[in-house]
Design a protein around this ligand. Structure first.
Ligand SMILES: [Fe+2]
Length: 273
């Protein structure tokens, strides 16, 4: 699996990342997910990010780029995301077609490397997709890749990026769709003292907890939001969002979530997605 080495743009050696997640785009530009036109909400997020003019080293998209597994939804993403700069990395989510993405993104200008080394940090991008299923599962080759990267460069602080959250988020319906081999994943993490953060999408809400020595962070979607702590499927009226992260050379992390000021209200009567 290919890796890339980048120089941090900040003189102090800190690495800055923009995270976007769960765009859920369609082949059709008018495609709607539970009442929200996902291309329009993503476009609004892109415009807000550009307007903020915050500098970052690169972008990590943590999955569910598509809602319909279509090549055209990936072409749409690649064309839209160009305004965020040259370095946009991704990993597949449960609504994606991983093999299709890895085969088509490079010529469209989206980075296909699975490991980014930058300053005192490395980022390992894993694929937890189980095609056409909502839950996630990390195959042995993905776990081995994480173990390999973290142990090969033990001096680097390590961020594991994966679509599915390997912890309970206190929402019964979402927790049944989590990473189904989370115990195996957590057992691997225990052997990797240089892992500082697990960064995910999938749960369509802000989440930030520390478990043992590792921080687990998830980020609002650029489309619909899920109500935190809801037992049954329930949408939140919070606006689409994104996240900035700063990774300091000493291993500490600073982060901030931003949201649109304008709303994209979903159909709240929806019973699932
Ligand atoms: Fe999603």
């Amino acid at each position: 699996m290919a890796s890339i080495t980048l120089e941090p743009r900040n003189r102090d050696g800190s690495v800055t990342v923009l995270q976007i997640t769960d765009t859920h785009l369609f082949a059709d530009s008018q495609g709607r997910l539970l009442g929200v036109n996902t291309a329009q909400s993503f476009q609004a997020v892109l415009e807000a990010i550009v307007e903020q003019n915050v500098e970052y080293d690169y972008v990590i998209m943590t999955g569910d780029i598509s809602q319909d597994y279509s090549a055209d939804s990936y072409r749409r993403f690649a064309a839209m995301v160009r305004v965020l700069g040259e370095k946009v990395f991704f990993l597949p989510g449960n609504h994606d077609d991983g093999p299709l993405m890895y085969s088509m993104f490079a010529p469209l200008g989206v980075q296909v490397e699975r490991r980014i080394i930058c300053g005192n940090w490395q980022f390992v991008l894993l694929n937890s997709e189980v095609y056409s299923m909502a839950h996630g599962w990390l195959q042995r080759d993905q776990l081995d890749y994480m173990l390999h990267c973290a142990t090969q460069r033990q001096e680097l602080h390590t961020v594991v990026c994966v679509h599915h959250m390997p912890l309970s988020v206190g929402s019964y319906w979402l927790d049944t769709q989590g990473m189904h081999n989370q115990n195996e994943f957590m057992n691997c993490l225990e052997r990797l003292p240089n892992v500082r953060l697990v960064l995910t999408g999938h749960i369509h809400q802000e989440f930030d907890v520390t478990h043992g020595a590792v921080r687990f962070i998830a980020t609002p979607s650029t489309s619909i939001q899920f109500q935190p702590k809801a037992r049954e499927f329930e949408l939140d009226t919070a606006n689409p969002g994104w996240r900035y992260l700063r990774f300091n050379p000493d291993g500490s992390i600073e982060t901030e979530v931003c949201r649109l000021l304008s709303s994209f209200q979903p159909d709240r009567a929806a019973k699932g997605y």
